[in-house]
Design a protein around this ligand. Structure first.
Ligand SMILES: Cc1cc2nc3c(=O)[nH]c(=O)nc-3n(C[C@H](O)[C@H](O)[C@H](O)COP(=O)(O)O)c2cc1C
Length: 257
């Protein structure tokens, strides 16, 4: 059972690789949460593992992923292999500590956690942009090898095994910057579409939480996750996050465009 959340396709690609290799079901976290059930109940098959695949947002898991893990209940968790794989542009900060805290009161614990470096999609602050084409291609090539290796560890049920790239200044990034990011940056308010918008509806189609509606131009609702799918998928580069993205570039995993 592989649960995933993804904005621009990197985590979805990893989740698909893992689900296929492990012969596991692939389930969208956003779809499960939109079902409206407060307690999400799952029963596991005898040899089934449980994996969570998601991007890193400001050196932490996205709030929607934390919410889902807190709410999810596995009736027969005992003896099953629980793991997570996070996709990041470069590093994950204290994600491992945060993930441990989320499951502290659960009847199961993580056996493994991995990070995979993928093309960066964060563009909303000065100094942040997508990777140059050659870096993007290199990351995607290396990710194929890395995900294959991770799949082998999962198949072996390797445990305990935590291979997350923490990076420098992890406490500052995950404990000091992340709360500010969550409070002030995770909002759809700055999003707008320029007159280049052709009302194609791709931003609406690709928003994982159905927060974008396109009539003549897109409008954004209240439950943005800041995944940036709407910005990166726009074929006219007409969607922007205030002035911050006007001179930035776009990235979307080619398999899901
Ligand atoms: C809001 C936001 C915050 C991000 N913060 C980080 C970060 O702290 N560290 C990092 O390495 N990458 C960061 N990234 C980059 C993504 O984690 C990375 O590109 C990821 O592979 C995107 O996955 P997706 O295509 O499944 O959405 C951030 C991206 C977004 C949209």
């Amino acid at each position: 059972m592989i649960f995933y959340f993804s904005g621009t396709g990197n985590s979805k690609w990893i989740a698909e690789q893992v689900a296929t290799h492990q012969h596991e079901r692939l389930i969208s976290i956003a779809d499960e949460l939109s079902s409206g059930d407060n307690l999400l109940e799952y029963t596991l098959g005898e040899t089934e593992a449980v994996g969570f695949v998601f991007p890193i947002y400001s050196w932490a898991p996205p709030a929607i992923v934390m919410e889902f893990i807190k709410k999810a209940h596995f009736a027969n968790a005992q003896g099953h292999y629980f793991f997570y794989v996070c996709s990041c542009g470069d590093e994950v900060g204290l994600t491992q500590d945060i993930m441990n805290k989320i499951v502290r009161r659960k009847e199961w614990e993580w056996q493994a956690g991995f990070s995979v470096i993928m093309p960066n999609n964060y563009v909303c602050l000065p100094g942040f942009d997508t990777d140059p084409k050659e870096v993007e291609e290199k990351k995607l090539k290396e990710a194929v090898v890395e995900v294959k290796r991770i799949n082998e560890r999962i198949s072996e049920r390797a445990a305990p095994l935590f291979e997350c790239k923490k990076g420098s200044w992890a406490f500052l990034k995950s404990r000091i910057i992340w709360p500010f990011f969550n409070k002030y940056q995770v909002t759809a308010k700055p999003f707008f579409a320029t007159d280049d918008c052709i009302s194609c509806g791709l931003c609406e189609k690709h928003c994982p939480v159905h927060n974008v509606k396109v009539d003549i131009k897109p409008t954004w609702g209240e439950h943005c996750t800041s995944c940036l799918a709407c910005y990166h998928i726009c074929p006219r580069h007409a969607v922007h996050y205030g002035k911050a993205t006007l001179k930035k570039h776009q990235y979307f995993h080619s398999e899901f465009k």
